[in-house]
Design a protein around this ligand. Structure first.
Ligand code: TK8
Length: 343
């Protein structure tokens, strides 16, 4: 009897110490300390940018056993994309995932993300950004005080305006159009005969409402979630460029983290990337429906007119291919060819 009790107690002790050992030996949880982090987004709660941020926060919390929390501040409440990037560099904000275009102000090679009419499919874009070309761009960020945790999707950009349907590039002539703060975009639309004004995203709705500008261009998810349909009549599916979001982390925050905490960051970032792109793509057809129902007059371009617009657009990019460095443009085109060949 006594012997049985002894065996039971010993067994129980053994089991619990094994459990304890397993907990302490788990590499993922062993060295994780408490961190309270902040993620700023510029778009509405329903937009995949903010949905992605919330997903990342959830995954990080789960993977860190509740020790690392991330508060999400959506809808531009912390300022413009540029202001949030500066806050990351200063260490007062931890994450932001802006349209990659604005990074051209700091890393000249980022100009290529705005080259028009590059990709034939989402899969091609994913392969180029997830491959060595995208890595080459992300590798230029640490010297600017930023860590690139990967590429999310903003989407294919289309044009809305208050004047007329755009069915051919000549229809851009004389249109006052807001562009992102990207010289490629500025030259692209000026090259099509529009009068382009670079502007932070946060000012766009008011600029359209007050008719300071006639037009803007963005993916359907941005147009619908920022309610541009309330102040724009025409939507033309120009699909003139594919815009990735670049998911950034403050290098100051990264430098404070140990190896296990960094593993949590990169694992959560990789899972969020797949999730974020999936919901961005799932929402697209629904967004078109929303904009149609809201009364926008929507038109597509014929393949001939899209080809003519693409030809005309090339004039704007030649200059930036040189400015980004000859090899960068060459590497980009090689990466696209490779992605196409893999199909
Ligand atoms: C949101 C922006 C925006 C972009 C723009 O962070 O500025 O037009 O498309 O959606 O990055």
């Amino acid at each position: 009897m006594a012997m049985t009790r002894f065996i039971k107690t010993t067994l129980a002790a053994l089991v619990s110490s094994t459990v304890l050992l397993a907990v302490f030996a788990s590499p993922a949880l062993a060295q994780i300390r408490e961190h309270n982090l902040k993620f700023g987004t510029n778009l509405a709660e329903v937009h995949p940018q903010t949905v992605g941020a919330r997903k990342f926060a959830e995954l990080v919390e789960k993977k860190s056993g509740g020790k690392i929390t991330t508060r999400v501040f959506g809808t531009g409440s912390l300022g413009t994309d540029q202001q949030m990037v500066s806050a990351l560099q200063g260490g007062t904000l931890d994450f932001v995932a802006p349209g990659a275009s604005i990074m051209v102000g700091q890393v000249k090679e980022f100009s290529i993300v705005d080259f028009p009419f590059l990709f034939n499919s989402n899969e091609e874009a994913d392969k180029v950004f997830d491959g060595s070309f995208g890595k080459m761009l992300l590798d230029k960020l640490p010297e600017k005080g930023l860590i690139g945790l990967g590429w999310w999707e903003n989407g294919y950009r289309h044009t809305s305006n208050s004047k007329r349907p755009i069915t051919k590039w000549e229809d851009f002539q004389g249109l006052k159009i807001r562009t992102m703060q990207s010289p490629v975009m500025l030259d692209l639309f000026n090259g099509l005969g529009a009068n382009a004004t670079p502007m932070a995203f946060n000012e766009v709705f008011t600029a359209l409402e007050t008719k300071t500008v006639d037009a803007q261009e963005n993916p359907l998810a941005v147009i619908a979630s920022s309610k541009f349909h309330e102040v724009q009549k025409y939507l033309s599916l120009t699909r003139h460029s594919y815009n990735p979001f670049v998911f950034l982390m403050s290098k100051k925050t990264w430098d404070k983290m140990n190896a296990d905490e960094r593993t949590v960051m990169t694992e959560a970032a990789n899972e969020t990337k797949a999730f974020q792109r999936r919901i961005s793509r799932e929402q697209e057809a629904g967004n078109l429906e929303v904009l149609k129902k809201a009364g926008m007059q929507i038109n597509d371009l014929t393949p001939q007119e899209r080809a003519r617009m693409s030809e005309k657009a090339k004039l704007a990019t030649a200059k930036y291919a040189t400015a980004a460095g000859d090899n960068v443009a060459k590497e980009l085109y090689a990466a696209i060819d490779k992605a196409r060949a893999q199909k």
